[in-house]
Design a protein around this ligand. Structure first.
Ligand code: HEC
Length: 250
């Protein structure tokens, strides 16, 4: 009888170990790839934000914000934030998966700027709704369609503008941790978790409001911004949202 119980315990342990392979839990490569993808998507958002005044200029036709100009700015921004030079990616110390996926996100980002060229270069039109959020949604959708990997921007319910960006349970719980004033504002630190019985990881990168965000998300709270949404009264350094990624080993 005792033998049977010991044997059952042994089998139980085997099943549990089998269900949760430690390979992914301890797979820093997936986490680092997710972190870099999130920084890259946000670098594109910030790059678009940095030329917002130019894009919104109704007096100018050709803005010169070509996919090539965008890419150049994007690579500089990304290198500044991640330390990774995408122009010399093969020699950079990043996971093999990142070497494959980062260029695909650059392509998706450029494709977005290509698609929006006619709108960007429209004369006589001020606000064109080509803003960091539109860019981010579009580029992430292309990336997901091409790779099958989940990538998007989200935020807490109190700040949510587009219902499509509503946080799921994991995202909501992670956003709460980001909102803690003690969460590091520097260093592009992510929070990650192993999911799907150990087969995938979820990675989130927080986005804190920069000065440029506040024209739309800042004070005075309740007033309409240029895009027609209600300003949230956000302040520089406060949590604005996050980039959320899910990657799996194939
Ligand atoms: C020109 C105005 C404008 C600026 C500048 C701007 N945003 Fe937004 N933001 C918006 C709008 C409009 C949406 C909703 C877009 C949509 O309908 O998908 C949005 C959506 C978002 C979202 C997605 C969640 C949601 O509410 O749908 C996040 C996160 C976000 N903004 C953060 C930022 C941060 C951080 C910055 C600065 C780097 C910034 N935004 C700059 C107008 C702006």
């Amino acid at each position: 009888m005792k033998k049977k119980i010991v044997l059952m315990y042994f089998l139980l342990v085997l099943v549990i170990v089998g269900l949760y392979p430690s390979s992914v839990a301890a797979n820093p490569e997936l986490v680092e790839t997710g972190r870099l993808l999130a920084i890259l998507l946000d670098s594109g958002r910030v790059t678009v934000g940095s030329v917002q005044a130019l894009i919104n200029d109704p007096n100018k036709g050709d803005k010169g914000f070509t996919p090539e100009v965008f890419e150049q700015k994007l690579l500089v921004k990304f290198k500044e934030r991640s330390g990774v030079d995408l122009q010399d990616l093969q020699n950079e110390k990043v996971p093999p998966m990142a070497k494959k996926l980062l260029p695909m996100l650059v392509e998706a980002s450029k494709k977005t700027v290509v698609t929006y060229q006619p709108i960007i270069n429209k004369q006589g039109m001020g606000f064109k709704n080509f803003i960091p959020a539109t860019f981010g949604t579009h580029a992430a959708a292309i990336f997901t369609a091409r790779t099958g990997f989940y990538l998007r921007q989200t935020t807490v319910d109190e700040l949510l503008r587009n219902p499509k960006n509503k946080a799921d349970q994991f995202e909501a719980a992670t956003l709460k941790k980001f909102a803690d004033p003690n969460y590091p504002r520097e260093g592009e630190k992510v929070i990650s978790a192993t999911v799907d019985g150990g087969k995938a990881v979820r990675v989130m990168l927080p986005l804190f409001y920069l000065k440029g965000c506040l024209a739309c998300h800042g004070e005075p709270k309740g007033e309409r911004d240029i895009s027609g949404y209600i300003k949230e009264g956000g302040k520089e350094g406060e949590l604005g949202g996050a980039i959320s990624v899910k990657l799996a080993l194939k």
